[in-house]
Design a protein around this ligand. Structure first.
Ligand code: ADP
Ligand code: ZN
Length: 346
């Protein structure tokens, strides 16, 4: 088991990787707790939940809207939850986002914690204190920064995860290696068979690495002010467009976006051709590269609408080498010209 502490100005968040999730009883108050989960997770694990009222939402991204928040807040009122109350989210990224946002605004903020049940949320989403809901198709428009008291990442929970959800999480895991840690990238490369069989020890070690890396970025730039946190967007500029248009799961779309961003890095002379091929080959071996077809002009149109754009510039994340990211401010037209020149290789 590994404990990672994220201490920020006046609050502290603790992430436990490899802890049996039943231990959660040691982290929550004896009364005044409500559990939020989704129907799939509840069906599989509900019987083993701590003995508190459970509110279960419909699984999937569509639940991440302000209507859900209002309905849940009404249920918290019905349960008599006051400012001393506690919300425990048990689920993947969707449940964690909803729990974190609701807890942050309910009675101006009450404490909350997560048991993170998907690989994607264990390696990335549940760590770092970003909580948000969507407006229609526009993601994470209403949200806030607020850290959970604790996050429990128990790899055993991943044994019931559908295969494509598991693979999707691997996309973000590879991302963490590529932007911050060559050793993590290599560890993934050297252990593909074990990784595909969800080997518990390997997963614990990889998730710990990823959480540790994410924590180091969050400690430096909790609220995306200095720009350090931007490197976490590697593969996401193109990835978000692909995710929306080709309706791929997040990690697959990010994998496609990482191939493009790596291709552009190669074109700019930052990484070598061999390195580019090595990255692409790893993503292929992990079954992360799905076919998609997208019109260049549509890509361009969507990038012009990118909500992270500052004026005419996008902070585009590139690779200096596997394990080291750099952010470059580029116009959409520069990015698109580079994309067109490498399109055949990606
Ligand atoms: P993400 O973490 O990728 O943002 P979600 O929260 O939408 O994703 O979860 C992805 C899907 O996996 C949902 O349908 C959810 O109900 C289901 N799910 C989450 N955790 C588990 C688990 N441990 N076992 C089985 N299914 C799960
Ligand atoms: Zn992501």
């Amino acid at each position: 088991m590994k404990k990672v502490i994220i201490s920020l100005d006046n609050h502290k968040s603790e992430v436990y990787v490899g802890l049996n999730w039943n231990e959660v009883r040691n982290f929550i108050p004896a009364s005044g707790c409500v559990i939020i989960t989704d129907d799939n997770v509840y069906k599989i694990y509900g019987k083993l939940f701590p003995d508190f009222p459970v509110i279960s939402i419909k699984p999937g991204e569509d639940s991440k809207n302000i209507g859900t928040i209002v309905t849940l807040a009404e249920k918290l009122l019905d349960e008599g939850i006051d400012r001393t109350g506690f919300i425990l989210g048990i689920g993947g990224g969707v449940v964690c986002d909803i729990t974190g946002f609701l807890a942050s605004i309910y009675m101006r903020g009450i404490n909350f914690g997560f048991i993170s049940t998907t690989l994607l949320s264990q390696v990335d989403a549940s760590v770092g204190g970003k909580n948000a809901v969507n407006i229609g198709k526009i993601k994470n428009i209403l949200g806030c920064f607020r850290q959970p008291r604790f996050v429990i990442c128990d790899p055993d929970l991943l044994l019931t995860l559908p295969d494509d959800e598991y693979l999707s999480g691997l996309g973000e895991l590879v991302k963490m290696g590529l932007i911050l840690d060559y050793n993590l990238f290599e560890k993934i490369e050297n252990n593909i068979a074990l990784l595909m069989s969800k080997d518990a020890d390997l997963l614990e070690s990889l998730i710990s690495d990823s959480v540790e890396l994410k924590a180091s970025v969050v400690r430096e730039d909790e609220k995306e002010i200095s720009g350090k946190r931007m490197i976490l967007n590697f593969g996401h500029t193109f990835g978000h467009v692909i995710e929306t248009v080709a309706s791929m799961k997040h990690g697959f779309a990010v994998a496609a976006g990482m191939v493009i961003a790596s291709g552009i890095s190669e074109k700019l002379g930052l990484i070598g051709l061999e390195e580019f091929q090595r990255i692409k080959s790893l993503l292929e071996k992990l079954n992360l590269l799905k076919k998609y077809s997208l019109d260049d002009n549509y890509f361009q149109e969507m990038l012009l609408k990118d909500k992270k754009k500052q004026g005419s510039l996008i902070s585009f994340v590139l690779l200096q080498s596997p394990g080291r990211a750099v952010v470059r401010k580029m116009t959409v037209y520069e990015i698109m010209n580079l994309y067109r020149s490498i399109k055949k290789q990606v």
